[in-house]
Design a protein around this ligand. Structure first.
Ligand code: ATP
Length: 410
């Protein structure tokens, strides 16, 4: 046994042959290279992750900031009645009078009786002076006594034109027929469909053909941050519409005030809901045969509160899809009507190469093609002017789709 283990030791300490030494050296140096490369890789990864971490932290801060903004409670609107020793007597929008402080940042000499101000919701102290000239109905409602758009300038929407005429024109023109038959015409018509498909045009054309006043407003303008303002604007809008009757109230982007009511709402959301409630009660408050019709538009009908779609409110829904190949041909025809174009340009050809275009995009292509011809010093618009223009409009759409998708992830 002893001799056996002695031999083992001898074997262990026996000097390595040169080739074995070289092998080991090679192996070790290869291991060393591999490990250094791995270490370098890990270092790069670490830097990359650190960078990513910093980006994410920045994004989290930005989102935090946004969240704080969304949660900021709305301000109350009131009017100055008097100023006493740096303090103000204000009447809030519900009529109660308070003696409150004025934010030091504000110039108290500008606070005259009657000045409209924003008040903090809790302390009612004056935090902002609102410009007197800021009259929402003057500044944002587009009042057109009688718009000039007619049905002929709308391409490819014959069926939708027929439906809207039935719902709006007929009751305007023959109210007695409805009374005789004992039926109630719809009070409101909802136009749904992608942007730029002619919803606003359609509403204006109805107003034109019935000689009604057109009162146009974008929903987001009604979603005010001051308590009571949105509701007041809706009330004033309806008052004005009754005064100017026959009239058509057109509310674009209805979803910005008419989205489904949520339980967990911030106070800003609650203000939007109050505006919606006011709209519903105004709609319920007038007779179907009054000379006021409401047309609203949205490209996100699935978001709308079901209350808006009940009978007696928006009970006629007209869908306006993107134009198909025939409709696109008609729309090209409408917009090139007074344009000198080369004989080689076929409207069908233009329609075929503009798959997926909305009416608004077709119009931009025509304008763009015209500009191409003018900048080349030509009097007629050629086929290549159109093909280039259509490509340009298509690329613009792709770019904006990409940037909005990036925006979602940023
Ligand atoms: P949004 O949802 O973005 O408000 P919209 O559906 O109300 O869009 P309009 O404002 O009516 O779209 O259309 C924008 C422009 O596009 C119009 O001024 C018109 O020149 C053109 N257009 C859209 N649809 C048509 C169409 N069917 N026929 C002719 N022109 C059209």
């Amino acid at each position: 046994m002893a001799s056996e283990s002695g031999e083992d030791i001898k074997e262990d300490i026996s000097p390595m042959s040169d080739s074995a030494k070289e092998d080991t050296l090679d192996r070790l140096s290869k291991d060393f290279d591999d490990l250094s490369e791995h270490a370098q890789q890990l270092l790069t990864e670490k830097l990359f992750l650190e960078n990513e971490f910093a980006q994410l932290k920045k994004r989290a801060n930005r989102l935090d900031e946004e969240l704080r903004n969304i949660k900021t409670p709305p301000l109350v609107v009131g009017y100055i009645q008097d100023i006493i020793d740096e303090q103000a007597i204000v009447r809030s929008s519900n009529g109660t009078v308070f003696l409150v402080s004025v934010n030091r940042r504000l110039d108290i000499s500008e606070m005259k009786p009657g000045t409209r101000v924003a008040l903090n919701q809790d302390t009612l102290s004056v935090v902002e002076a609102l410009s007197d000239s800021w009259d929402p109905l003057v500044s944002s409602a587009e009042i057109i006594e009688s718009p000039t758009i007619d049905y002929e300038s709308i391409g490819g929407l014959d069926e939708q034109i027929r439906e809207i005429r039935e719902a709006v024109e007929l009751p305007f023109e023959k109210p007695e027929a409805f009374i005789e038959l004992g039926i109630e015409p719809p009070k409101g018509v909802l136009l749904t469909g992608p942007p730029g498909t002619g919803k606003t045009m359609l509403a204006k054309a109805v107003a034109n053909s019935t000689k009604a006043t057109f009162l146009g407003l974008v929903g987001a303008e009604l979603a005010q941050k001051y308590i009571g303002e949105g509701g007041r604007m809706v009330r004033e809008l309806f008052d004005l519409a009754k005064q100017k009757a026959p009239s058509i109230i057109f509310i674009d982007e209805l979803d910005s005030i008419g989205s489904k009511r949520l339980d967990t709402a911030t106070s800003g959301d609650r203000e939007v809901q109050r505006t919606l409630m006011q709209l519903l009660s105004e709609m319920d408050g007038f007779e179907t045969l009054d000379d006021v019709k409401i047309i609203a538009a949205t490209n996100r009908p699935e978001l709308l509160d079901a209350a808006l779609l009940r009978p007696g409110r928006f009970d006629r829904i007209i869908d306006i899809p993107l134009p198909d190949v025939d409709a696109r041909e008609t729309i090209f025809g409408v917009h090139t009507k007074s344009m000198p174009i080369d004989k080689k340009v076929g409207l069908r050809y233009l329609s075929n190469i503009s798959e997926g275009f909305s009416g608004a995009e077709i119009k931009s292509s025509v304008v763009e093609a015209g500009i191409n011809a003018i900048s080349d010093g030509r009097k007629k618009v050629s086929k290549s002017d159109f093909t280039d223009a259509i490509k340009k409009v298509e690329n613009k759409r792709k770019d904006s789709a990409n940037s909005s998708a990036e925006g979602l992830y940023r």
